[in-house]
Ligand binder design. Structure first.
Ligand SMILES: C[S@@+](CC[C@H](N)C(=O)[O-])C[C@H]1O[C@@H](n2cnc3c(N)ncnc32)[C@H](O)[C@@H]1O
Length: 198
C-alpha cells in the first residue's frame, strides 16, 4: 500500500501551479495578523508546509526573518518564485533544531501528518521554539484519519484527540478554536485552529 505521506506529496507535486494560484485568492489573514502581533520586531519564524508561499511573503514584507519550508519540491519552487529566495524542502519529521525560532507558522499543513506521527512532530516544533515562542497550526475536524476525494491524506482529528496530542508536550499555553472554511476540493469544512506557547 502506498505511504500516505507520499500520495499527499504526489498530489501537491502534480497540482503545485494550480494550488499556489488558488490558495492566493481571497486569503483570510486574520490568524496571521494575530500571529505577527504576538511576535517581537524582526522575530525569527519557521513556516512548515508553506505551499505557494503567500504567508511567508506577508511575514517577510512585515520585516520578520523567515525560513519557509515545504515537503514538496514542486510547491517549494512555487514559493521560491513568489519569495525570490530559496525555500527549504523539508518534511515535518525532518525538523531537527533547538531553540532556533520565536514563532512557528503551520497553516493547513500539519493536517496532512499521519496520526501516528503528529505527537512526535509537535515535540520537534516545541524543541525548535525558544522559550515563550508562539506556534500556530490548523486542522480539518473529523473523527477518523483518511483521504479526501483528491487522494490527499488528512488526520481529521476531533478537538479531544488533538488536545491529547498537544498535551504530550509541556506548552505553557494552549488554546483551540473552531472556524468554518472551504477546502481545495470545494467542500466546506470545520477547521480547528491551535495556538500554543512554549
Ligand atoms: C493545504 S496546503 C497549505 C499550504 C500553505 N500553508 C497555505 O496555507 O496555503 C499543505 C502543504 O503542506 C505540504 N505538506 C504535505 N505533507 C507534508 C509533509 N509531510 N512535510 C512537509 N510539508 C508537507 C504540502 O506540500 C502543501 O504545500
Amino acid at each position: 500500500m502506498p505511504d500516505a505521506r507520499d500520495t499527499t506529496l504526489a498530489f501537491y507535486a502534480q497540482e503545485a501551479d494550480a494550488y499556489a494560484e488558488w490558495s492566493g485568492q481571497d486569503r483570510d489573514s486574520e490568524n496571521l495578523e494575530t500571529f505577527m502581533g504576538l511576535l517581537g520586531r524582526g522575530a525569527h519564524v519557521l513556516e512548515l508546509g508553506c505551499g505557494g508561499g503567500h504567508d511567508s511573503r506577508r511575514l517577510l514584507d512585515r520585516g520578520f526573518e523567515v525560513l519557509p519550508t515545504d515537503g514538496s519540491p514542486e510547491m517549494a519552487r512555487q514559493a521560491e518564485r513568489r519569495l525570490g529566495r530559496p525555500v527549504r524542502v523539508m518534511r515535518f519529521m525532518e525538523l531537527d533544531v533547538e531553540a532556533a525560532f520565536d514563532g512557528v507558522w503551520a497553516n493547513a499543513s500539519l493536517l496532512h501528518a499521519p496520526r501516528a506521527e503528529l505527537a512526535a512532530i509537535l515535540q520537534r516544533v516545541h524543541r525548535a521554539l525558544r522559550s515563550g515562542g508562539v506556534f500556530f497550526s490548523s486542522f480539518k475536524e473529523g473523527d477518523e484519519e483518511g483521504s479526501d476525494s483528491l487522494g490527499r491524506h488528512f488526520n481529521f482529528p476531533s478537538i479531544d484527540w488533538l488536545r491529547e496530542q498537544f498535551e504530550q508536550v509541556a506548552w505553557t499555553r494552549l488554546d483551540m478554536e473552531r472556524r468554518s472554511s472551504n477546502g481545495y476540493d470545494g467542500i466546506g469544512v470545520s477547521l480547528i485552529t491551535v495556538w500554543a506557547r512554549r
